[in-house]
Design a protein around this ligand. Structure first.
Ligand code: UDX
Length: 496
């Protein structure tokens, strides 16, 4: 075996599980490790521990071929791998804004002493700029292969057939390869990413990475080869830009509200300027999830440490605009319900931070549900896949997986916060008679306002004129089709 490196994946969370499955699907032999035994058992049994369209089918298919295996043994992956992808989480620090690197440091600390032959360690986790340089030093210090001569470094059996690209490394080297996948489109984004970014310190490391991504590169995906720090920054810069775009249009929504203008029409008009474009210009209740919010905070924290905090001060404002949108939904609702929310029965549509996901990390929907519950309202949250995670994150409200008649009956208002397809398909004429009052707040602009108004509802959407009948949802911002099917091209492009 000289051409195809054997791959390992360290950490089988969202990123790691997706990466392991997709690399096996591309034809590589993949061994993935996690310290969580139950996760490894579930994955080995063909079960994905989170919701992601298409991933479970690919997992089962690749387990069946034998190309994909899971283990809890770091010894096993060290013996197996030519290229080790580190995919552990880097969440927000418990008491601060910076990134918590404890999982990353633990993974490297465990792996490094076991690396007895030439191989490439590839960091995929999102990290503060400068992290990779420190990890490279750790590997240089701790990896046995860096203290023997490369040719003799193969004391284990696997080294006899060592991969050519890995052998050329001479020892253990590090590369940084940020990941840009979106939840809900993780499989497509991994099999055919927009670009590959390789942060490397040697041509041999670039060669080993090119071998590990050969089937992706063969599709014509652009490769940007650079240093560690630039590679680290690409990820945080990309997410900061996306967050800025969303908060920009949401700031425009605030201004629109002050003059009774229409932010949807404004956004559409802006989007025709190719320099601006329509992607990530959907106003609503703001961004959430496991990446954008924590990444902009960690980026500011790192810039402060580096003495360039002033350059990223605007990201604090981006965060504030984002949070104000959550409050605005509560204000609109209170206004529609005669100024008081206490004891109202409210039906919240959506718990996930976006459709096609069961992720509730920093979810705007759950944050608003929480704010509403704190006013003394009786809140029931409906989400097709996220109620399990939501119950743990916010135990103070009631949940349902579907818009059952029983949860609608007697409600004072409906608040749409996650634009699941099934919510856009609700029939306002059928729901109306079940309600105590017909008030709907469409915080994601996912409903056909005309249709709801014609069915006798008070329809309100942030950033839109309250007295004018809106023209419905513009084609530029379609609701994702369904959990299982491929998104329309516009949606894919709009969220890239
Ligand atoms: C994001 C990045 O897109 C991805 O490249 C990176 O790897 C991880 O972070 P993800 O968190 O899966 O991906 O979700 P994304 O589709 O980017 O949406 C983030 C949030 O922004 C969601 O809450 C979404 O509802 C919101 N959003 C997105 C808007 O409010 N308006 C938009 O126009 C786009």
């Amino acid at each position: 075996r000289t051409s195809r490196p054997r791959l390992t994946v360290i950490g089988t969370g969202y990123l790691g599980a997706t990466h392991a499955v997709c690399m096996a699907e591309l034809g590589f032999e993949v061994l993935a490790v996690d310290v969580d035994q139950s996760k490894i058992e579930r994955l080995s049994a063909g079960e994905i521990p989170f919701f992601e369209p298409d991933l479970a089918d690919l997992l089962r298919a690749n387990l069946a071929t034998g190309r994909l295996r899971f283990t809890t043994s770091f010894e096993e992956i060290a013996a197996f791998g030519d290229v080790h992808f580190v995919c552990v989480g880097t969440p927000q620090q418990a008491g601060g804004n910076g990134a918590d690197l404890s999982h990353l440091n633990a993974a490297i600390g465990r792996l490094a002493p076991l690396l007895t032959r030439p191989c490439l360690v590839v960091g995929k986790s999102t990290v503060p700029a400068g992290t990779a340089a420190g990890i490279a030093q750790t590997l240089a210090r701790l990896a046995p292969a860096n203290h023997t001569n490369g040719a003799a470094a193969g004391t284990n059996g696997a080294a006899a057939g060592s991969n050519g690209a890995a052998a050329a490394l001479g020892g253990v080297q590090l590369a940084w390869n940020p990941e840009f996948l979106r939840e809900g489109f993780a499989v497509a984004d991994t099999l055919r990413p927009d670009r590959l970014v390789f942060g490397v310190a040697s041509p041999a490391a670039e060669g080993a990475l090119r071998a590990a991504f050969a089937p992706v590169i063969a599709q014509g995906v652009p490769v940007i080869v650079t240093d560690y720090a630039t590679a680290e920054l690409v990820k945080t810069a990309a997410n900061s830009f996306l967050a800025t775009k969303i908060s920009f249009i949401n700031a425009m929504a605030e201004v629109c509200e002050a003059v009774d203008a229409d932010v949807l029409t404004l956004a559409e008009a802006l989007s025709h300027d190719v320099r601006i474009g329509g992607n990530f210009l959907r106003p609503g209740v703001g961004f959430g999830g496991g990446c954008l919010p924590k990444d902009i905070r960690a980026f500011q924290a790192r810039a402060d440490e580096l003495g360039v905090g002033v350059a990223l001060r605007f990201l604090g404002e981006i965060d504030k605009i984002n949070n104000r949108r959550r409050d605005r939904v509560v204000e609109l609702l209170a206004a529609a319900l005669d100024g008081t929310l206490a004891h109202r029965r409210l039906l919240v549509l959506g718990a996930a931070f976006k459709p096609n996901s069961d992720d509730v990390r920093d979810s705007p929907a759950l944050a608003v549900a929480d704010l509403l519950a704190r006013t003394g309202a009786q809140v029931t949250v409906v989400d097709p896949v996220a109620t399990h995670n939501a119950r743990r994150a916010l135990p103070t409200v009631a949940y349902s997986d579907r818009v059952e008649d029983s949860v609608v009956t007697g409600a004072d208002a409906v608040v749409l916060l996650t634009e699941w397809r099934q919510f856009a398909e609700l029939d306002p004429a059928r729901l109306g008679p079940l309600m105590r009052r017909r008030v709907v707040i469409d915080a994601r602009h996912a409903l056909d306002g005309d249709r709801w108004r014609q069915a006798g509802w008070v329809y309100l959407a942030p950033g839109r004129p309250t007295g004018v009948i809106p023209t419905g949802v513009p084609a530029q911002w379609p609701v994702p089709t369904s959990a299982a099917s491929t998104p329309p091209a516009q949606v894919a492009a709009a969220t890239r």
